[in-house]
Design a protein around this ligand. Structure first.
Ligand code: NI
Length: 253
């Protein structure tokens, strides 16, 4: 069995196709998918998805790429995270690619999420892009090690992965690892320890080869798993087992 540790089934590209997506998951032995929240106004829809099928769970959080949305506070996040279907806080983090140098509101929002995760006792889903040093610094400052979590859709270097692993975090790879120009990322993926490795789609985006350019969906996580099996020299069944075990141990859905 495989698990998609990060997808956005509430996004318009996918929201009208849930039965079809669940059927494709069943067909390809994808037994669970974590529906990740990116803004509070969308949380209800994400939670409703998770409540609709036992193979789905939810997170609560506000993505750093959403400047003009309802700003979360610790109490609100902790209250929403109390629902048994909510297994994580996020996605949160820092996005300096679309916001060069970042912004104070991004850093403050990230701190709020880490504090909420610690109070709720639930792991963090961290997005970091072009912001590795600040991301690691804030995780350390706020004691994120107490709850751990995942560096999702990882695209940074080994030094960053190593620092995240040292904080007790997991590292999750998306379809990007299958892209032709991702040789450096594949070297990082080969080195992540078995007990910290996760896989995801980040659907509807980033469909893996051979479906690159199409709308992504949880069943496509099998192509990420196959790529990791090959580059790590492990059997596909072994990648499936360890990434699934890691997911259930971390998120306990
Ligand atoms: Ni995402």
């Amino acid at each position: 069995m495989l698990v998609d540790s990060h997808c956005h089934l509430d996004f318009p590209e996918l929201a009208g196709r849930i039965d079809e997506l669940l059927a494709a998951m069943a067909e390809h032995d994808v037994g669970h998918a974590l529906c990740v929240c990116v803004a509070l106004p969308e949380f209800e829809q994400v939670l409703a998805l998770a409540q609709r099928d036992e193979r789905l769970s939810a997170s609560v959080g506000v993505h750093p790429d959403y400047p003009d949305t309802v700003e979360p506070d610790v109490d609100t996040l902790v209250r929403l995270a109390a629902h048994p279907k909510v297994v994580a806080i996020g996605e949160t983090g820092l996005e300096y690619y679309s916001t060069p140098g970042g912004a104070d509101w991004q850093r403050e929002r990230f701190r709020v999420h880490i504090r909420a995760a610690r109070r709720a006792g639930k792991p963090l889903i961290v997005h970091t892009r072009a912001a590795a040093a600040d991301t690691l610094q804030l995780l350390r400052d706020e004691g994120a090690e107490a709850v751990g979590g995942v560096m999702h859709c990882f695209t940074e270097d080994w030094e960053t992965a190593r620092a995240a692993l040292d904080l007790g975090f997991h590292v999750s790879f998306s379809g990007i690892v299958t892209f032709r120009n991702a040789a450096a990322l594949r070297e990082v993926a080969a080195k992540v320890p078995d007990d910290r490795l996760l896989i995801e789609t980040d659907a509807p985006y980033l469909a893996p080869v051979p479906n690159r350019g199409k709308t992504n969906e949880p069943a496509f996580v099998r192509f990420v798993a196959a790529c990791l099996a090959e580059l790590r020299g492990q059997a596909p069944e072994q990648i499936a087992k360890l990434t699934t075990d890691n997911f259930f141990r971390l998120f306990n859905p």
